[in-house]
Design a protein around this ligand. Structure first.
Ligand code: GTP
Ligand code: MG
Length: 339
């Protein structure tokens, strides 16, 4: 980015002659989007530990009921890199991230990073996240807290298993079979992807990282999974109710999976794997019905007719084969997007 100079006149006070030097990291301008909701105790730490090479910090507050916005405004007095976006009604973390992305896109930043406002993202991990993008190997990179051996010990157990389940489901829905820790919000995206994705359509709640991965896959963007340190117990308060989000995100992933099949393998291009998935789904349903019938005979009649047992096993085998082949084809079709 070019240097900007405030309009100068020899009668103006000295501050008018100040030059704002834009920061770059290895030649790229980086803007960090920080979603924050009721983070009065945490947001200061996030701002203070933001590396100098970050050119701009966009905090999006969603009508916090504590002093989050006031605290950010105080930091603005000393740090001209900070912008505060205040939503008029609470829209959710995904919508806050979308606002940050739109800001970075409109100002033509080379890279946009997402870091939470609760301090759970270690700035020391940022260079590793930026590297694949700067080197041009990836269009989007995301943190993966599960790779380090510490994950099982550090992440609360319910979160760990909920995350593992959603990560598996996200592989199927997104077509990025090589990535895990789908719930990690620590990410970096390049300019091309920033200008391609329609941010107004992105999911507005906690499933935003999952939703974005599906959208990136449809546009054939390359994604890198980068090991990052899991950070917990630093005074953060999670807004996630795992028992609730597991259902809402699963439902979102189901819808996004169908959308990806249609967009990627029917409309933009064609691949017979959609039929494999279709037959797999059909036989899954018949398997459930036929096994229910087998159990009915077994429990209430005490005898299972051979033809019913055979039909149930045939259906199960077909469901497994069709689904596994569909997954294999999908993996093959996406292998170039793996970094
Ligand atoms: N602007 C905005 N930010 C939000 C909203 N909900 C959550 N956030 C922020 O999003 C970030 C992540 O939210 P958390 O609830 O901590 O979720 P998480 O860190 O992904 O999950 P945990 O591992 O459970 O902590 C935090 O900085 C929150 O302040 C919201 O409705 N609006
Ligand atoms: Mg958190």
């Amino acid at each position: 980015m070019a240097e900007t100079k405030t309009k100068a006149h020899f009668f103006y006070p000295l501050e008018f002659y100040q030059v704002r030097r834009h920061s770059v990291y290895k030649g790229k301008s980086v803007c960090v989007a920080v979603p924050a909701y009721n983070e009065a105790t945490q947001i200061g730490k996030v701002i203070e530990t933001m590396p100098d090479y970050i050119d701009h910090i966009v905090v999006t507050d969603d009508v916090s009921t504590d002093k989050t916005a006031e605290i950010v405004k105080q930091y603005q007095q000393d740090d001209i890199r900070i912008t505060l976006i205040e939503h008029e009604v609470n829209q959710g973390v995904g919508a806050a991230i979308a606002s940050g992305y739109k800001y970075a896109k409109d100002r033509n930043y080379d890279i946009a990073v997402v870091m939470a406002g609760d301090g759970q993202m270690d700035p020391d991990d940022l260079p590793a996240l930026l590297e694949p993008i700067i080197e041009g190997r990836a269009d989007y990179s995301k943190g993966n807290r599960l790779i380090t051996g510490e994950a099982y010990r550090r992440i609360p157990k319910v979160r760990y298993f909920g995350n593992a389940f959603l990560s598996l489901f996200t592989k199927i829905a997104s077509g990025y079979w090589h990535i895990a820790d789908s719930q990690s919000g620590y990410t970096a995206i390049n300019k091309k992807a920033l200008h391609t994705i329609d941010w107004s359509k992105m999911y507005k709640q906690y499933g935003q990282p999952n939703d974005l991965l599906v959208r990136l896959n449809v546009c054939s963007f390359r994604v890198a999974d980068v090991p990052v340190r899991p950070v917990y117990n630093i005074g953060e308060k999670s807004g996630i109710k795992i028992s609730r989000v597991i259902f809402t995100i699963s439902w979102l992933l189901m819808k996004m999976f169908c959308w990806r099949m249609k967009e990627k393998y029917v409309i933009r291009d064609f691949h017979p794997l959609v039929f494999f998935y279709g037959f797999g789904g059909f036989f899954c349903m018949t398997t459930i019905l036929l096994f229910a019938r087998v159990f009915y005979f077994w429990i209430f009649i005490g005898h299972i007719p051979q033809i019913n047992a055979l039909a149930a096993f045939f259906s199960f085998t077909s469901a497994s084969l069709f689904t596994l082949f569909a997954m294999w084809f999908d993996m093959e079709a996406n292998k170039d997007l793996k970094v």
